[in-house]
Design a protein around this ligand. Structure first.
Ligand SMILES: Cc1cc2nc3c(=O)[nH]c(=O)nc-3n(C[C@H](O)[C@H](O)[C@H](O)COP(=O)(O)O)c2cc1C
Length: 186
């Protein structure tokens, strides 16, 4: 079982990243192979809407998506971790998601169907108020790709690293990682 985590926050050691790390550690403890990408450190340009990928299966742009897309294809589970910014994802996550457009077309569409996705969010406000749009967007996007929704962890936390004071949330993240590694989510 291979699990890939995308850390979408620009804050190193931020809340969503700490939750992602806990999930990945839980998964690893149950034998999963885990891999983490910090999107803020990658060079990813915005989708240019040229639709070349729809015709050829490959984006015209040469940047770090050249290694992220194969890594996503190689994993069974995708874990997206993002702060809530303006009720939506971080710009870093949105850039990567837009560049996953090759997955919307054959032949790659068939290769992502049946994978699983998980969302982790951190927000200043309570998740019920802050995260429904981000959650809805990611659920719709994964549903469109035929990727199964395997879990979510939406946590209230504001200052950098504040989630360290929330052992229950970190334990939930670890537990979810363990479940995913054993082939089950939610
Ligand atoms: C540009 C920006 C926009 C934000 N927008 C929201 C928001 O809409 N709702 C909210 O509850 N918190 C918002 N926040 C607060 C962050 O979601 C919060 O600090 C979170 O813990 C950041 O996660 P991180 O530590 O993983 O970066 C915003 C923060 C920034 C910098």
């Amino acid at each position: 079982m291979r699990i890939i985590g995308l850390a979408g926050s620009p804050r190193q050691g931020g809340n969503s990243e700490l939750l992602l790390d806990a999930l990945l550690a839980g998964a690893e403890s149950r034998g999963a192979e885990v891999e983490k990408y910090t999107l803020n450190r990658l060079s990813i340009r915005g989708c240019q809407a040229c639709y070349a990928c729809a015709k050829t299966g490959r984006c015209k742009q040469r940047d770090d998506m050249d290694r992220l897309l194969p890594a996503l294809l190689a994993a069974k589970v995708w874990v997206f971790a993002s702060p809530v910014y303006w009720w939506g994802p971080s710009a870093q996550l949105k850039l990567a998601l837009d560049r996953m457009f090759p997955f919307c077309h054959p032949p790659l569409l068939g290769r992502v169907q049946g994978k699983q996705a998980v969302l982790i969010t951190a927000s200043e406000d309570k998740p019920a108020a802050a995260a429904p749009h981000l959650r809805g967007m990611m659920r719709e996007a994964m549903n469109y790709l035929g990727v199964e929704w395997a879990g979510e962890l939406l946590v209230q936390a504001y200052k950098k690293g504040e989630v360290k004071n929330n052992p229950a949330a970190l334990a939930k993240a670890r537990k979810l990682g363990q479940k995913l590694a054993l082939g089950s989510g939610l």
